[in-house]
Design a protein around this ligand. Sequence first.
Ligand SMILES: [Fe+2]
Length: 316
Amino acid sequence: MNIIGVESIIYGVMDLEECSRYFTDWGLIPASQDESNAVFETLEKTTVKLRKADDPSLPPQHCDTPFFKGSCGREVIWGVDTQMTLAAIGDEISKDREVTETEDGSLHAIDDAGNPIGFAITQREPVKLEHPKINTPGNYQRINESAYGAAPSLASPARIGHVVYSVAENAPEKARFYLDRLGFKLSDMIGEGGRFMRPALSQDHHNLLMESHGRGYGFQHSAYEFRDFDQVIQRGRYMEDQGWQTHIGPTRHTLGSNYSWYMWTPAGGLCELISDMDSLDDNWEPRHIDPKKAGPPHSWYARPEQIGRKFGIPHD
Ligand SMILES: [Fe+2]
């Protein structure tokens, strides 16, 4: 199935105004807003859609985690390449579950873990961002020129990178729906409960992670990809300056390699600033990581006292 990646995330939120302020501060581009809806775009026009939590058009709420405070990600829409792919997905998943089609032609169903999902022909407009020039000893890409990151600036994220679900139990079994029915590829496994996956047309290490960690179920976080490390740091610092709270970060992951900064969101759970994730092709062999032997999930992270700020509320 020619699925490209996360097209949209639809949140049901308790405070539309506060959440709109959050995603504006996050660097998303406001596309439309009225009393009950707000839509925000990335540079590639992947979208975050906010609706009031009691909006009857929202899919059923499937969220019970320590991150949940009445607002949560209610549906993830996966972008596909053509109408033919969309029809093939409908034919496949309607074999064993209800599939509905909305006015805009998108399809909607529930995955094996109970998460509402949808599929739509992508509106994505891919961007190719200029690569930052880096100097290393003996390798000078930038001569007579200041580094991009040396100047304060705030960039918008290029796209939604990935989503993560907490699964009540047996995430590997629930992940089979994506792997066996929707053509996702397995990138890495961690322990008995974590499956990193990417759809057929993506080279990202992961666009979807399903994990069972004994802390509830449902939508856990969404990640937004920036061009580089400097953009992650400058946006994260700006978020803190606006009063939003850090969960973990800045940091760099050992699985997927991406730079990362997790922040709490009033839309429910966490949002993550990311850049420089591993890119995989069909030569990649999925690894099965034993978390007891692998060490911490971060190769490094900045301790708050090192950079003069406080951590946000711990989630457990
Ligand atoms: Fe993430």
